[in-house]
Design a protein around this ligand. Sequence first.
Ligand code: NAD
Ligand code: ZN
Length: 370
Amino acid sequence: MPQAQKVVHVPLDDCPYDITIATGLLDDAGNALRSVSDARRVGIVTDTTIAPLYLNRLITSVKTAGFDPAVAILPAGEQNKTLPTLLPVYDTFLSAKFERSTPLIALGGGVVGDMTGFVAATLLRGVPFVQIPTTLLAMVDASVGGKTGVDHPAGKNLIGSFHQPAAVLIDPAVLRTLPPRQLHSGLAECIKHEIIRDADGFCALEAHISRALSLDLDYLTDLIAHNVAIKAKVVVADPFEHGERAHLNLGHTFGHAIETVSDYTYTHGESIALGMCCAAYVAVQLQLLSVTDQQRIIRLIRSANLPASGLTLDLDLVLESMFFDKKVQSGRVRIVLPGPLGHAVIRSDIPRDLLRAALASVTASPPHVR
Ligand SMILES: NC(=O)c1ccc[n+]([C@@H]2O[C@H](COP(=O)([O-])OP(=O)(O)OC[C@H]3O[C@@H](n4cnc5c(N)ncnc54)[C@H](O)[C@@H]3O)[C@@H](O)[C@H]2O)c1
Ligand SMILES: [Zn+2]
């Protein structure tokens, strides 16, 4: 049985759901799924790295709860987050004669979650979807909010759909096997949430980041619950990103371009860490953010073992890629800027030269934060 659990309710009008966080929850996933589905079958999608670690435990759990599982295993990695990779997944579940009520479980990081969500949104025009995120990034961000999709050579997440999960089940103990670089990557999204919504949370993270880095599961349970609560609140206020949900893209317009041009040698979190530094640079130039708070942001990013400098990519290529982002409107790049801490603003009037200067600011180690 799982230990003490935290539940964050997401009160979306059409499709409310719960996010449950508890150490040991993976072994109780079947029961948790049963409480949202009376289906006979269930589909499980995972990847080649996670399957040997956790798939058998999930299969045992769903079978114990009376489900008959069919499994699809994706090749791990962002480079496989493409439409062609998904075709065999559709084949698996169509030949297993799935029905519209058959739920799909995503067991994995954000890549598995986004891809499974897209299959769930499109298979038979939509089947229920449950997330069991296994990276910190997927726990605090990707598994909440219903954005699903795949990449295209022209850029990240350019093909996709909104499809809300029926439940999100988070077992922080699975983070024990996560490579440290991926743990740090997830902390980038936690830092982002505090910057845009919670100045006190920012201070708390400054004080306790070492507990996250040392995998203190009690602290991580609280940190994950705090972060999903922030994300859920933003998503409920603006489910389809017509307004404030765009604040969650802090660091992402720069970051997605860095991620794409680097050919994914930077992780998502590393890319948006650099992107948040670029956004903070712009915000300081526009006097939206103090230099002191810019330095705190840079310091917190560094203390999470994330990059705040050292970008060696061709800046013109990165800039060009930013204008390919799907959030570009009428040729203008929309940038989320921090400032003051706990708040964010969206601006579409940032001159190209300033965007380039922001990228240049993360190419070398700025002396004032050493
Ligand atoms: N839908 C959204 O709202 C949203 C939000 C943020 C990010 N994303 C997407 O999420 C993706 C990034 O997700 P990610 O950072 O989780 O990457 P990922 O899914 O590629 O996982 C990173 C690596 O860690 C491995 N892994 C996962 N869990 C593990 C565990 N517990 N132990 C050992 N290895 C494990 C995976 O197999 C993979 O190799 C990007 O594609 C991004 O676009 C989506
Ligand atoms: Zn992100």
